[in-house]
Design a protein around this ligand. Structure first.
Ligand SMILES: Nc1ncnc2c1ncn2[C@@H]1O[C@H](COP(=O)(O)OP(=O)(O)O)[C@@H](O)[C@H]1O
Ligand SMILES: [Mg+2]
Length: 407
């Protein structure tokens, strides 16, 4: 008689921080989810946001994978025969290029230096699948070992290696590919303003179904020494007191973990003002962050400004003008974009005189890299001119968030 063999769906893994054993967890191999934390060996090595409460580990792990909302993710999962993004991430031991964590199956002996993606090359197979940038061969055995399974965000993207450097490529063929061009526009804005802590995106073209689209590339700002800690990770477990804004809490928390308050404040204020010029509606807490030195165990820098793609009305047909530009809803510290300006204490960070013809430069980039109609380019550049005028009024002391006073 056949003996009954139970189907083993869970396994034991050691959460590693480089080569340090941090915790023992049980993971469901099918769903890729952490089901149980068996033991914590080194709580100080847990990811930021989980140190005080290791129960947050399961959510941290889930959020590190590709979100279900990423377009096309289900198709990719079916293709590589994985049930979830977390299971896909686990097939690369959960290794990433944004932090130094990974999962070691208890029965294996592995070392960080041999497997991490910062120092070891990886195949482009999974990345091609995730971004439709290759030719898919049905008979080919797809190599899933890739950091592209542990990078979040809505846009299709992959990590790639070019001249030994790692770059994140983001692809979207909708909306004239404007999100990619927006990243380059933001780069030009920061360059003009003389700010240094931003990601210098550049553009390449991809061909999809015979048509060309712009895509953005940006060099990795993390390293074998530095991990990214998102604003979300820093604040998620903090009980914001009633008399304090989330904005002030974020600064306080970053300072408590090693950063200079003024440095944090200036970077956030600068980001608020430049996002205002570009009507970037998506500066949520995963779209800015801090660099954490995993040996010193503290924050050492603000991460450079990244992800300014969801800007300049990229998915709007109608582009507002006049007072409607002061009523833009955003995902950020506050709901209304213009209200964020009230946090600014260092207006001198922006010299308006450096922005002469910036809207013209923007128009040229949109014309060069997209096929959008001239009327749309005109409306976008008009919004920039109007926003710069509004910001100028603000920098001269006008409380532009109070329309009844301002108008
Ligand atoms: N240059 C980079 N170096 C390291 N990590 C990065 C870099 N750019 C982005 N990331 C990480 O990748 C995530 C997704 O990138 P992002 O540009 O925000 O994409 P999306 O537009 O899809 O939100 C970021 O939240 C961040 O964790
Ligand atoms: Mg993002």
């Amino acid at each position: 008689m056949d003996s009954y063999i139970p189907l083993m769906t869970s396994d034991l893994y050691v959460l590693k921080h480089k080569d340090i054993d941090v915790a023992m967890v049980r993971i469901n191999k099918i769903t890729g989810q952490i089901e149980f934390i068996i033991d914590v060996y080194h709580s100080e090595e847990l990811p930021v946001g989980c140190k005080e409460n290791s129960a947050n580990l399961a959510e941290w792990w889930n959020n590190r994978a590709i979100p279900d909302s990423r377009r096309g993710i289900q198709k990719v999962l079916n293709y590589v025969n994985q049930k979830t993004s977390q299971a896909l991430m686990l097939s690369s031991y959960g290794l990433s290029l944004t932090d130094h964590y990974w999962m070691q199956p208890v029965e294996q002996e592995l070392y960080w230096s041999d497997i991490n993606f910062f120092q070891n090359d990886f195949s482009d197979d999974l990345g091609e699948l995730l971004t439709d940038t290759g030719t898919i061969d049905i008979d080919k055995n797809i190599t899933q070992f890739s950091p592209s399974s542990s990078v979040n965000g809505e846009m299709k993207k992959k990590w790639l290696i070019k001249d030994s450097k790692r770059y994140l490529m983001k692809v979207n063929i909708n909306n004239y590919g404007q999100q990619a061009v927006n990243e380059l526009i933001a780069r030009r804005l920061h360059k003009r303003l003389g700010w240094s802590n931003y990601v210098p995106y550049f553009l390449e073209k991809i061909t999809f179904e015979g048509k060309e689209y712009p895509c953005s590339l940006n060099e990795m700002f993390t390293s074998p020494e530095l991990e990214l800690v998102s604003g979300y990770q820093l604040i998620r477990d903090f009980k914001v007191p009633q008399d304090m804004s989330e904005y002030e809490c974020m600064i306080k928390l970053a300072a408590a973990q090693g950063l200079d308050k003024t440095v944090v404040r200036k970077q956030l204020e600068y980001t608020i003002m430049t996002d205002f010029i570009l009507t970037n509606t998506d500066r949520h807490y995963n779209n800015f962050g801090f660099l954490y030195d995993s040996t010193k165990k503290k924050l050492v820098h603000m991460a450079p400004i990244f992800d300014t793609g969801n800007a300049l009305f990229y998915q709007e047909d109608y582009i507002p003008t006049g007072k409607y530009l002061l009523d833009i809803r955003v995902a950020s510290f506050l709901k209304r974009e213009v209200d964020l300006l009230q946090y600014v204490r260092h207006p001198e960070l922006i010299s308006i005189d450096k922005l002469n013809d910036f809207s013209k430069e923007t128009g040229e980039l949109l014309r060069e890299y997209t096929k959008m109609p001239e009327s749309r380019i005109h409306a976008i550049t008009r919004s920039i001119d109007e926003k710069i005028d509004f910001l100028d009024a603000f920098l001269h002391g006008k409380m532009i968030w109070k329309p009844q006073k301002y108008w």
